[in-house]
Every structure is written in structure tokens, then in C-alpha cells.
Design a protein around this ligand. Sequence first.
Ligand code: 5GP
Ligand code: ZN
Length: 140
Amino acid sequence: MDCIFCKIVSNEIPSVKAYEDDRVLAFMDINPLNEGHLLIVPKAHAATIYEITEADFLAVMSVTHKLAAAVKKVLNPEGINLMQLNGRAANQVVPHLHVHIVPRWSGDGLTISQWEMVAGNMEKIKAVAEKIQSEMGNAE
Ligand code: 5GP
Ligand code: ZN
């Protein structure tokens, strides 16, 4: 398959690895937003959260949890952003699911998660919540 992260998993494209097990690979982002910017991917190709199996997603999140602790020890950031983008509208560029770990320091100049707070319409908020609750009740 013509997938850049599958090629990284199979070593066709080199990467700077940080962790590897049966299901998951973690490697350094080639365009780091900050020092220690990591990507955590399932070894089995899955484009987005809709395609990945629950077991692989949990494996990715478990490795993310361990890596966050390792990053904290190694770099002692003041904060960490986790990002996981799905679909072009969400700015996903590489269509092989990945979690970003971005270490943060106050004043680092990054704008991740800086959004303007604008109060929503409570009726609309409740209506969507009810639909989601109903769908969750129907989920297998
Ligand atoms: P996203 O799809 O979440 O927007 O981000 C894709 C990420 O993959 C970017 O941060 C980009 O720097 C990183 N990336 C793209 N190609 C490569 C590559 O060949 N090697 C590595 N290590 N990272 C890559
Ligand atoms: Zn892939």
C-alpha cells in the first residue's frame, strides 16, 4: 500500500524510533513543533478512528500514556498536548492513524488549542447530546 507510515513501519522509509512492540510504533516527527514531538501509530494500517480496531486504538493509547511519562522524565515539559486528527477537514495530512505527543512550555509560541470561547446555544447543545445518547444506547 502506498502509505508513508506503513513504509515507516516496514522500515522502507527510515525513522527515528522511540518505542516499538507487536502492535504499535512510536517515532519522532520529522517536522517537530517542539523538542520531543512524537508520533504513535498502529502497525496495522487504519486511516482514521473509524477504521482502526478498538484493540489497536487502545494499544496506541496505552503506549501514548507510557510515552507521556517518559517525555516528562526526559524533557520535563510544563505541559503536553495530545492530538489525533481524523479527516482532511480536521487537518489530517497523513491518512494512517497517529497520535501526536507535543511537549509544551509556556511562551513557546505554539497556538495549538488556543480557541476563542463563544457561548453556544443550549437548546442546540442539548438536542445533539440527546441524539448522541440515543445512538450510544443503540450501539452494540
Ligand atoms: P497530521 O496528519 O496529523 O496532520 O500530521 C502528520 C505528521 O506527520 C506531521 O506532523 C508531519 O511532520 C509528520 N510526517 C509526515 N511525513 C513524515 C515522515 O516521513 N517521517 C516522519 N517522521 N514524520 C512525518
Ligand atoms: Zn498505513
